[in-house]
Design a protein around this ligand. Structure first.
Ligand code: BGC
Length: 688
């Protein structure tokens, strides 16, 4: 146990100052002059979406160009085919901000190739429950990890001259009745868990736009919510960019104008001249309030250079080699090996007979809704294995009837019985995991039965799961030999996973959320759906109260003592790592945590070393530990590397409801270093 004493004053004095988004004085002045020249009609028309609902209108007489938007987090969509990257939760599972930045650059280039100015991503709502239909687009359960990954992804997009949009602000943690459900959380929970990724997007990455969510937050619609928009975004975080609504998520003219929304999408329903003009005439709304919205939009578009150059870059091909390469790299880095009793890697050779089957074996599934992207091509697991040719001889089995999961016809049974390894590819797709719907924790119908059936005929079964989050594995977890979580891995996913199974490289993804053994173990289980639907006369909303507070995901498992099936941060490789030599020394505004990671096995691999911090005797209930730093390090077999992770003062803070801000409290803090939230290898302590 290392103990380090540091004076509180020293920590506070060195507080880091984060740069706000760069919208220059020049951009503001140019926008102000345009606003001055616009008529009231032009200004009101300007604050509603245009054409197909993915445009901001031009004002030709003033040289204001038409602006084009497109979804979304895992590829450029809307009337185009383009590179399909791994989905958001997969990107987070890479635990590699560098690759997230590359993905952002690829997306930015894909957007420039198509003349898209504004990309509607990333999506950073916290994974509260596996049931949320859009978890696949989001970045997991931890605010620190989501913030790191989102900031890098945004910087990548914006480095290409494309504006990113962080969404959906805020607490869009379920799809159930999304227009009519109020996510009710206390101030501390919002600020510690649900806001940090948005704050990082604004303050660290300088994101150009924020999209509000469908749901209400504490009984006020997000698009009309002054606490979210005026207090948090504008005042506390200094956001000067565009606040747009989600598509049809506005509910009144007055609320949307006063709440601080700038742009109503996909078009003006409530921001209509005939609604707003009479309110201005009667003094309910001032023209200055409309000017402010137009100013926000124009100054941001100008700052991004959209008025001064064509957005379409014809030198970038639509099927961009860089994007393809990044999509492949992301697929390689994101798959998480949950379990392996030695079945993997499959050592292809003369004696190995691998059989592949299952509903997702011959396609690359993707989540549904606005996150769905139609790729230019995709490589399924079957294609990927076949591309490895003689190195990975594989027999692909078709079900007895197209579209069924029935493999019980005699050749299939014999092939399964004769196989040295059976790979079963299961999971969700655009129909079963999608926007506007929540999903089941259990796999889609028939898939558990399929795994059982295969296990009846062979005991060396590898399950590859495609999904946006955890699934119920209780029926087969103990009996299969290996489980690989492939998420929605993007167009190159089949090749990446085939090569990983074949042992060309070691898996290196780690879970960005916990997978519970039983649905009732999830900390939000009792409050995910409204406990009692609202019955008050005239009430139209359901209330979901976030009763678990800040104790979500591993924070909740630490408190309840219920172990998850697979913990946050977990992921196996084809080797073993040993940790040692912990030192924690004062540095800058906090501490440097140093340790060594040694690869003691037979494979070159990457380890994700995680640094957690926990207050020992806090004055308010705080999680036992919280992720505050991590490093993905590549360590050759037999090699040892030194890792250094800096913990700034914010790593020790909590949200103080008395001060309405983050506070640092004196006392002892545990510093835990490990390979997952449940696999802590080194422990130290500091005293502030
Ligand atoms: C989704 C947004 C998306 C928008 C435009 C909405 O339904 O919630 O995430 O950007 O549609 O497609």
């Amino acid at each position: 146990m290392k103990k380090i004493i540091l004076s509180l004053a020293a920590v506070v004095a060195a507080a880091s100052v984060l740069g706000a988004q760069e919208i220059t004085q020049e951009a503001k002045a140019r926008a102000r002059e345009l606003v001055r020249q616009m008529t009231l009609q032009e200004k009101i028309d300007y604050i509603g979406g245009y054409r197909d609902g993915f445009h901001i209108m031009p004002v030709e007489r003033l040289g204001i160009p038409e602006i084009r938007m497109a979804d979304g987090p895992q590829g450029v969509r809307n009337n185009t085919r383009s590179t399909l990257y791994a989905c958001g939760v997969a990107a987070a599972a890479s635990w590699n901000p560098e690759v997230a930045m590359m993905m952002g650059k690829g997306l930015g280039q894909d957007a420039r190739a198509r003349g898209v100015h504004i990309l509607l991503g990333p999506a950073v709502n916290i994974y509260r429950s596996p049931l949320c239909g859009r978890n696949f687009e989001y970045m997991g359960e931890d605010p620190y990890l989501a913030g790191r990954m989102a900031a890098s992804y945004i910087k990548g997009i914006q480095s290409q001259g494309v504006m990113a949009t962080v969404k959906h602000f805020a607490l869009n943690n379920q799809e159930y009745k999304r227009h009519h459900t109020s996510s009710d959380a206390d101030e501390r929970t919002m600020n510690e868990i649900y806001f940090p990724a948005f704050k990082a997007a604004v303050q660290e990455a300088g994101v150009g736009a924020v999209m509000t969510s469908y749901n209400l937050v504490n009984n006020v619609h997000a698009a009309e919510n002054p606490y979210l928009i005026r207090q948090k975004l504008r005042k506390d975080w200094g956001f000067e960019g565009i606040v747009m609504s989600d598509w049809t998520s506005t509910y009144s003219t007055l609320g949307s104008v006063k709440g601080g929304l700038d742009l109503e999408m996909p078009r003006a329903f409530y921001f209509k001249y005939e609604f707003i003009k009479p309110m201005i005439d009667s003094g309910v709304i001032s023209e200055a309030e409309i000017d402010e919205k137009v100013q926000h939009i124009l100054q941001t578009l100008i700052a991004f250079g959209f008025f001064d150059r064509p957005q379409k870059d014809t030198s970038i091909p639509e099927d961009n080699p860089y994007s393809r390469e990044v999509a492949y790299r992301m697929a390689c880095e994101s798959a998480v090996l949950l379990k392996n009793d030695g079945a993997l890697p499959v050592r292809p050779g003369r004696n190995s007979r691998t059989v592949l089957l299952g509903p997702n074996a011959d396609r690359i599934p993707c989540g549904g809704g606005s996150g769905r992207v139609d790729p230019l091509y995709s490589i399924s697991l079957k294609d990927g294995m076949q591309q490895l040719g003689k190195r990975f001889p594989v027999k692909f089995l078709l079900p007895s009837e197209e579209g069924s999961l029935d493999y019980d016809t005699p050749e299939n049974v014999k092939a399964i019985e004769d196989a040295s390894t059976v790979v079963v590819s299961v999971g969700f797709d655009i129909n079963t995991e999608k926007e506007d719907h929540d999903r089941t924790f259990t796999l889609p119908e028939g898939q558990d039965d399929l795994i059982d059936f295969v296990l009846e005929h062979n005991d060396n079964v590898v399950v590859v799961v495609y999904s946006g989050g955890g699934v119920d594995m209780s029926r087969w977890n103990g009996r299969v030999s290996a489980i690989l979580m492939g998420w929605y891995p993007g167009q190159e996913g089949g090749l990446a996973i085939a090569r990983m199974l074949a042992g060309d490289f070691s898996p290196s993804g780690r879970l960005p959320m916990s997978i519970e053994a039983r649905p009732e173990d999830n900390p939000s289980f009792n409050s995910y759906y409204p406990v009692k639907p609202q019955t008050k006369r005239g009430a139209t909303n359901d209330n979901v109260t976030y009763t678990e507070g800040v104790f979500i995901g591993y924070r909740g498992y630490d408190r309840s003592g219920t172990g998850p099936l697979y913990p946050f941060g977990h992921g196996l490789t084809y080797t073993e790592f040993e940790y040692g030599g912990l030192s924690v020394t004062p540095a800058g505004d906090g501490f440097d945590v140093r340790f060594t990671v040694e690869n003691t096995g037979e494979y070159d691999a990457e380890e994700v070393a995680q640094v957690y911090v926990g207050a020992v005797s806090p004055s308010v209930p705080r999680p036992y530990k919280e992720l505050k730093g991590f490093a993905k390090v590549s360590v050759g077999k037999g090699q040892k590397k030194e890792v250094s992770v800096h913990l700034g003062k914010e790593a020790f803070e909590y949200y103080d409801v008395e001060r309405h801000g983050f506070s640092l409290e004196e006392g002892r803090f545990r510093i835990l270093v490990g390979a997952s939230a449940e696999d802590i290898r080194l422990e130290g302590e500091v005293v502030l």
